[in-house]
Design a protein around this ligand. Sequence first.
Ligand SMILES: [Zn+2]
Length: 239
Amino acid sequence: MAVPVRPFGQTAADLDVAFAAAAPDEAATALLAACTGCEATAVRGWTLARRLQALLAVRLADEPGARVPAVLRCTACGEAFGLEFELAQCVGEVEDGPMPWTAPDGQALALRLPTAADLQGWRQAAVRDERQLAATLLAPPVTALPEDWLAPLAEALAERDPCTALQVPAPCPACGQPHSADIDLEALLLADFAARQRRLLDDVATLARAFHWSEAQILELPAWRRAHYIARIESGLVA
Ligand SMILES: [Zn+2]
């Protein structure tokens, strides 16, 4: 079940999300806690698939037709090029309970999708070995995960969670190579939210300069009233 969300980039709490300072998953946790009203610890326990869908819902809450630009590099000729795609096409149902998984040696196990709490735990324990990471997602626990389990495990995770790394057709405009591109949707969304936060800060600065209101006073205004005053300033009606 999806939690209700509000748009990001309109309230004082939205200025507390530290995009540059925090690890990306911590910035996403803070943003989702602010926009859903859920506790940060609860948000960390969501699977990455659920978090991504919630981030999408926040972005689409005030602009259902939102598009995001991505910059890609051609693997054939090395040329960088941009493309835009519609976020609504990435919205999907989240089925993120543990799933049955049959290991290459025939063992029947349960595989769960990773959560932000997993990412944090792996970072704190400095776990970098892929086999160790994968082993924490299996039940019952597997102590020495065989090397040949990694590829089928990665495949099973990608099948269950196809939108984390979004594949879009992206022919290279320079050489015509018809490849598709893996797009890191969470990183794109976070960059977009960071840009919204900068715009809110700019709006505060503009209004403070024109009307000598405090930051707190300006942030208490509903977004539509801030937009109205800024339009007045921009049209030269307020010096
Ligand atoms: Zn190319």
